[in-house]
Design a protein around this ligand. Structure first.
Ligand code: MG
Length: 166
């Protein structure tokens, strides 16, 4: 591609505060019995960070620019649908997702019991093999607002590679 390397890296970050009146969704998976997150859409903080990582790799702006929270179309939106639209942008630009690595930071829920289901769901939504999807859970050791249990934060990096011939 114009002599530039055919790989691009992007970083995504998102955080949402807890809202106990809402259900929790992480990576497109419903996590029962836990506080949900406040937000205009379904507030799936993991999917939002993944979308920002992919858009960032292509220098296409961010999730807020693509799906503004002032637009009633995205009120209560299923973030899986937003992710699908972002994947379409990646393909339209001639790239595919090579791999991604996400770190979910929260005191609750404990992520480990849900990691397998979340990776499987992401693999399906992103149409990328499971072994290319990494999701890791950490606590913030009681530090800062996330450590005080006020919400969930996610960091994600995504590598995109030029799509080969079909
Ligand atoms: Mg968000």
């Amino acid at each position: 591609m114009n002599g530039f390397p055919s790989i691009r890296i992007g970083h995504g970050y998102d955080s949402h505060r807890f809202d106990p009146s809402r259900p929790l969704k992480l990576g497109g998976v419903a996590i029962p019995g836990e506080q949900g997150l406040a937000g205009h859409s379904d507030a799936d903080v993991l999917l939002h960070a993944i979308i920002d990582a992919m858009l960032g790799a292509l220098a296409l702006g961010d999730i807020g620019g693509h799906f503004p929270d002032t637009d009633p179309r995205w009120k209560g939106a299923d973030s899986s649908e937003l992710l699908r639209l972002a994947v379409r942008d990646v393909w339209a630009a001639g790239y595919v997702l090579g791999n991604l690595d996400a770190t979910v930071i929260c005191e609750r829920p404990r992520l480990k019991p849900h990691v397998a289901a979340i990776r499987t769901r992401l693999s399906s939504l992103l149409e990328v093999p499971l072994e290319r999807i990494s999701v890791k859970g950490k606590t913030n050791e009681g530090m800062d607002a996330v450590g005080e249990g006020k919400g969930i934060a996610v960091h994600c990096v995504a590598l995109l590679t030029v799509r080969g011939p079909a």
